[in-house]
Design a protein around this ligand. Structure first.
Ligand code: TRP
Ligand code: ZN
Ligand code: CA
Length: 451
């Protein structure tokens, strides 16, 4: 379907632009190119919000966290599993780093298999709390081993990306939240518990959940979850920027902590560098490594130690986390003038039933404007045949045009203004068109709403 929502920002508010400038100044030292549109003061219209430059995450820092997690496992019977002391020690380590960096941390407890489990949530103060960008990883290992690739890697990468937010003094437009889940290896118990206990209104504020489970596989591939096309695109654009090919993770649905979020309608994405699946010859040709061998031969085994990590994969995976946090977290909220459009053709049956074309509005706070602009492009050989309504998400209809027996011109290419101030903006809006007289016919070519 070719429906899409375009976000055009003809001008940023003065307040917003200065906020961007402040943040950009802090992050300009990073290794990424700054888009020219951001570097200049000109109010360049941006078809898609331009993310601020993300920092290059020092892989040495990520490895230092991994070394700590390995030491914790070694000191606690060789694992960091749910209900074992190595799990809580891991949580205390991550929490200590976040607290020292200025995050607001929350430990959520639950019970599973007769043992107390814990989730760690960290909020970065600031940003629009109606638009939460959530990044997470599971913190537990299996009992068989220290769980360093699965999932010390994601734990450490997400931690270091969060610490980079603090180092940058990032002032994101959206609110940043990070999560480290307990008891994933028992069936995503911790993340399910978190989502189940999140009120519906809070769930609705989460714009994205990005999951990182196994990002340092020793014989790595780069698999991007394909659940939400925008979130998939963000990670793919990171990998494109470092010229690393990716594949779609086709086996991942339901296999990690993104699943509980996805199941309640939250958009999810993530990265996986491979587990016990075998790397093919084609994959070895594109990524290097060894074909005919597992991406991670130590998956869920005692040998998943700090030696079971590919540093390049870990580095790229960690950089991709920061890239996604910056891209999603610093995205401009929809500005007045945001356009939502459907360009798919819809045939209008001659002298027949009404047809509709939908536009999904999202990211707009509150109600629709008192002067909502509805731009209609209908191609037809006798426009008098047509009755046109705008239908709001709650079903209320606004008549745009009545039929007429003496309006013989072609086409309806017109802007209408509707007082839609009693309608909630977000949701599915429809253009409803009916042809009420025989012979002349046509189709909806496109239509759009300007908020
Ligand atoms: N913890 C996950 C599991 O054991 C790891 C995993 C395997 C995974 N395949 C995946 C995570 C695909 C994400 C996507 O099932
Ligand atoms: Zn895992
Ligand atoms: Ca007709």
């Amino acid at each position: 379907m070719s429906q899409h929502a375009e976000q055009r920002a003809p001008r940023r508010s003065r307040l917003h632009r200065s906020a961007l400038a402040t943040v950009a100044a802090v992050t300009l030292t990073a290794g990424f190119l700054v888009p020219a549109a951001l570097a200049q003061a000109a109010p360049a219209p941006a078809p898609v919000a331009v993310p601020l430059a993300a920092p290059d995450i020092p892989v040495a820092n990520v490895k230092a966290h991994i070394a700590q997690l390995q030491s914790i496992a070694t000191a606690n019977g060789g694992n960091r599993a749910h209900g074992r002391p190595g799990f809580k020690a891991s949580l205390d380590y991550v929490k200590g780093k976040l607290d020292a960096a200025g995050f607001t941390t929350t430990v959520q407890t639950f019970t599973s298999s007769g043992a107390t489990g814990y989730n760690l949530i960290a909020d970065w103060p600031g940003g629009d709390t109606n638009h939460v960008v959530f990044t997470g990883a599971h913190l537990d290992s299996v009992t068989a081993g220290p769980g360093i690739n699965d999932n010390g890697s994601g734990t450490a990468g997400v931690l270091e990306a969060a610490l980079a937010v603090s180092r940058a003094g990032l002032q994101p437009t959206k609110h940043l939240r990070f999560g480290w889940w307990g008891a994933e290896e028992l069936g995503m118990i911790g993340s399910k518990y978190y989502v189940n206990n999140l009120p519906t209104a809070e769930r609705a504020k989460i714009d994205a959940y990005m999951n990182f489970d196994m990002i340092g596989s020793p014989n790595p591939g780069y698999f991007v979850y394909d659940d939400d096309s925008k979130l998939e695109g963000v990670l793919k654009s990171y990998f494109a920027s470092v010229n690393v090919p990716t594949e779609i993770e086709t086996n991942g649905d339901g296999r990690s902590d993104h699943a509980p979020f996805k199941n309640v309608g939250i958009k999810v994405g993530g990265l996986y560098t491979g587990g016990d699946e075998t790397k093919t010859a084609a994959q070895a040709a594109k990524w290097g490594g060894t074909s005919g061998r597992a991406f991670d031969a130590c998956y869920h085994a005692s040998c998943d130690t700090s030696a079971n990590i590919n540093d390049t994969a870990l580095d790229r995976g960690s950089d991709s986390i920061a890239y996604a946090v910056w891209a999603l977290g610093t995205e401009a909220p929809p500005q007045p003038g945001t356009v939502f459009e459907n360009t798919a053709d819809v045939q209008i049956p001659d002298n027949g039933a009404a047809v509709t074309s939908s536009v999904t509005v999202s990211g707009v706070t509150g109600n629709a404007p008192a002067a909502l602009k509805v731009s209609v492009d209908i191609r037809h050989t006798y426009r008098g045949d047509l009755v046109i309504d705008l239908v709001a998400p709650d079903g209320s209809a606004y008549r745009l045009k009545n039929s007429s027996t003496n309006d013989s011109a072609d086409n309806v290419i017109a802007d209408y203004t509707v007082n839609a101030s009693s309608e909630v903006a977000n949701g599915v809006w429809k253009l409803k068109v009916q042809d009420i007289a025989a012979q002349d016919t046509g189709y909806i070519n496109s239509w759009k709403l300007t908020f």
